[in-house]
Design a binder for this molecule. Structure first.
Ligand SMILES: CC(C)(COP(=O)(O)OP(=O)(O)OC[C@H]1O[C@@H](n2cnc3c(N)ncnc32)[C@H](O)[C@@H]1OP(=O)(O)O)[C@@H](O)C(=O)NCCC(=O)NCCS
Length: 185
């Protein structure tokens, strides 16, 4: 019987070893119309190149990658990117929140997001930001998980099929926020 997928961190060396699976998840999302920065025709090679480009950030500690692993393959991802500005040591961005089409609506997106929030909190990152296509599954997931929609930018990005779509910006405060160099909040 298939095991339930486990949510866990993937470090840079394992991410490098599993670039093909990470690429498959990204390609699957684009093929099925998700607006995740890429256009139709996005290939497995393009997917590998994207994830390869994340390796230095993962190795350097500026990013964290969490995955859903069903024991035979990776079926979901979420990427946490820590803000680098000196006045934002409490902030991080959530991206590449992806679950294979075949594994959706089983709670993995919710679990990945919760794990990303926990990893952010553990790293002292208490203000999370993200954006997603308005009305998309992602939009619904973030609302269901207690994120606050800030507003919408019309015509913000082209979908893979070439149609323009609005983007909604979201945040979630995990507070309290602290700056390591000051006692002021
Ligand atoms: C967004 C995404 C990661 C959700 O993953 P998932 O594993 O299917 O999500 P979950 O099963 O944990 O859903 C949790 C809740 O989110 C909401 N939700 C998720 N997908 C939804 C959908 N297609 N329609 C309506 N509500 C949805 C529901 O409230 C759901 O709870 P429920 O199933 O009890 O009703 C997945 O649809 C995906 O990979 N989409 C393409 C990529 C994308 O758009 N990512 C976000 C932008 S980076």
């Amino acid at each position: 019987m298939m095991q339930p997928a486990m949510i866990r961190a993937l470090d840079a060396s394992e991410a490098e070893a599993r670039l093909g699976e990470l690429a498959d998840i990204l390609v699957d999302a684009v093929v099925h119309g998700a607006s995740v920065n890429f256009m139709a025709g996005f290939s497995a090679e393009d997917g590998r190149a994207f994830w390869h480009g994340q390796l230095p950030g993962l190795a350097g500690g500026e990013k964290r990658l969490l995955v859903a692993d069903d024991g035979t393959r990776l079926v979901g991802t979420v990427l946490l990117s820590f803000a680098h500005q000196p006045n934002a040591p409490h902030r991080a961005e959530v991206g590449k929140m992806l679950v294979l089409v075949s594994a959706r609506r089983q709670g993995l997106g919710r679990q990945l997001l919760a794990a990303a929030e926990e990893a952010a909190r553990a790293a002292g990152r208490t203000l999370l930001m993200l954006d997603t296509e308005s009305g998309s599954a992602g939009d619904k997931l973030y609302r269901a998980c207690g994120w606050t929609a800030i507003g919408e930018v019309p015509d913000h990005a082209f979908r893979p099929d070439g149609h323009l779509a609005a983007t909604t910006l979201f945040y979630k405060a995990l507070g309290p926020h602290r700056h390591p160099a000051t006692a002021v909040r």
